[in-house]
Design a protein around this ligand. Sequence first.
Ligand SMILES: NC(=O)c1ccc[n+]([C@@H]2O[C@H](COP(=O)([O-])OP(=O)(O)OC[C@H]3O[C@@H](n4cnc5c(N)ncnc54)[C@H](OP(=O)(O)O)[C@@H]3O)[C@@H](O)[C@H]2O)c1
Length: 256
Amino acid sequence: MNSIRGKWALITGTTSGFGKAIADTFAQNGCNIIMVARRAEKLEALEHILKEKYGVQVLSYCFDVRNLNQCIEMANDLSEREIVPDILVNNAGLASGKDKIYEGLIGDWEKMIDTNIKGLLYMTRSILPKMVERNEGHVINIGSIAGHQVYPEGNVYNATKFAVKALNEAMNLDLAGTNIRCCSIDPGAAETEFSMVRFHGDEQKATKVYEGYQPLQAEDIADIVYYVATAPVHVNITNLVVYPTAQRNVYVWDKK
Ligand SMILES: NC(=O)c1ccc[n+]([C@@H]2O[C@H](COP(=O)([O-])OP(=O)(O)OC[C@H]3O[C@@H](n4cnc5c(N)ncnc54)[C@H](OP(=O)(O)O)[C@@H]3O)[C@@H](O)[C@H]2O)c1
């Protein structure tokens, strides 16, 4: 096992869902945490909790991963503090809307492409060179089963997660010859704020997504990310696909 105690993990999207659970699990295991998200109050509250509960070091950066300059500023600030993240978890992302492609809102498309693809790239480009310089590090990208199989009205979200899958594979190839590992963890249906965001705050639509079966919980994904991060350094888990037992692929469900 490769302990993460005393290391630094940079996790994007820590104010909710997977990112928040990953930060908690990592901190519980002695890892220092660098958090990125846009909601300042939630970031501050989590920073306080992690420090108090687990006694680890926590740094919070409140910004939008779509902003390249702020990604670079954060990376520069970390360099000034002489911190090179040992683990980068590219988790911040969203689905926005669920419409037929000929009715989709351009604003939704731009949000998804800019966050899920460009945000992940900006963050990776800002942090990965430091890992390469040190010849050490681990990038964990949160993809989705939406990046394996297209579903009706998933169109642009599917396209962004297919891109994450491609970028994860590309990173692994480009890092050949280094000790840096890359993994894409691709969950099926998980109960987080994801559906509230997708349906623009429509609680009824969001709740319906999780009815009649046991969806994945954020903690399930956090356990898996922890497993991947603590695998021995000669072990590179490049892709993990995770469904709730009641869901076998995008179309096959066991809903009561
Ligand atoms: N839930 C699922 O069923 C599911 C399944 C497969 C994959 N995923 C993927 O898992 C990842 C996490 O989703 P989740 O389910 O945990 O959703 P969530 O509960 O909505 O959390 C998303 C997190 O990302 C942050 N975020 C969103 N846009 C951002 C931006 N532009 N800049 C910085 N932070 C941003 C949000 O924080 P702020 O709003 O504070 O910025 C929040 O902390 C996403 O990439 C999603 O596509 C989810």
